[in-house]
Design a protein around this ligand. Structure first.
Ligand code: UTP
Length: 291
């Protein structure tokens, strides 16, 4: 029987240079979309997919993330004393059960593959999920939960994918596809950030993965790939003859919140999707962008 996916890694060790100066002292993953930090959306998505253990791979200047998922006694007491039950529930609900959250430091931001590798002893010999908080997905059924359904069928390595314009392939990990039924694509190879003229397809990986632990062995080699970084895609590509690799076209809209335009777009879309904010958001859009 296939082992259940119980653990999720949240790599939050990057420098977030595209968002400076906002990210000088504030982790990129703490930037809020409407009123919730990106990392909280990712944690909630993981929980809704049945994940029980949260593993954060952090770096210097990321302590705000640890504080966010911890008690804040002064705040909680003040909210309780003022009878602000709703707000109190909001800050208490997000705190994981003791022992279900772990932090490890990446020490140096050497790439996503390296960040994932740093969590190897916390994961052990079982399949695990990886969620990149700066890829935010607006969906009726959360993206990782959609993947869990499919993982039960296929096992191996499974990633969420989407079709991108050919001139953008050099921003993504791209699948070399053998079979594609329009929903699920099986790959025989993967290329990190290929130039549009050599990209094997336009099917690109977004920041949601369910991975086989054998990938850690490949990451042990610490080989640098595109951009001089240790790439997760390279490790998955090197196990593709032993571990089946599938890409799932998810249902929903993905926002690249690591870029300014994507972050702005996410704020507009999430506000419009919220009952309590929709009318205000529409009014703002009309005023600032009439017609
Ligand atoms: P990005 O490349 O989008 O993030 O990595 P970055 O490097 O922080 O951002 P820029 O390009 O400088 O603006 C995607 C995710 O992987 C994590 C990041 O924190 C982000 O959540 N990451 C990236 C690590 O944890 N470690 C790394 O070495 C690189």
């Amino acid at each position: 029987m296939r082992r259940r996916v119980r653990k999720a890694i949240f790599p939050v060790g990057g420098l977030g240079t595209r968002f400076l100066p906002a990210t000088k002292a504030l982790p990129k993953e703490m930037l809020p979309v409407v009123d919730k930090p990106l990392i909280q959306y990712a944690v909630e998505e993981a929980r809704e997919a049945g994940i029980e253990e949260l593993i954060f791979v952090t770096g210097r200047g990321k302590s705000a993330i640890e504080d966010h998922f911890d008690h804040s006694f002064e705040l909680q007491e003040t909210l309780a004393a003022r009878g602000k039950e709703k707000e109190l529930a909001l800050v208490q609900e997000l705190i994981p059960r003791p022992g279900r959250i772990a932090y490890t430091r990446q020490l140096e931001p050497l790439g996503l593959g390296h960040a994932v590798w740093c969590a190897r002893s916390l994961v052990g010999e079982e399949p695990f999920a990886v969620l990149l908080a700066d890829d935010l997905v607006l969906a009726d059924r959360p993206c990782l939960a959609q993947m869990m359904d499919l993982y039960a069928e296929h096992g191996g390595n499974l990633v969420a994918v989407m079709d991108v314009p050919r001139d953008q392939t050099d921003r993504y990990g791209i699948l070399d596809v053998v079979h594609d039924d329009g929903k699920v694509a099986q790959a025989k190879g993967l290329v990190e950030k290929p130039k549009p003229d050599v990209a094997p397809s336009t099917l690109s990986i977004i920041g949601r993965y369910i991975l086989h632990p054998l990938g850690f062995e490949e990451l042990d080699r610490q080989e640098k790939g595109a951009g001089g970084e240790i790439q997760l895609t390279d490790a998955m590509a090197r196990t593709i003859d032993r571990i089946p690799f599938h890409g799932m076209r998810f249902e929903g809209t993905r926002f690249d919140c690591g870029s300014k335009a994507g972050f702005l777009e996410a704020n507009v879309a999430f506000a419009l999707a919220r009952e309590d904010l929709r009318a205000d958001a529409e009014d703002i859009l009309k005023r600032f962008a009439p017609g």
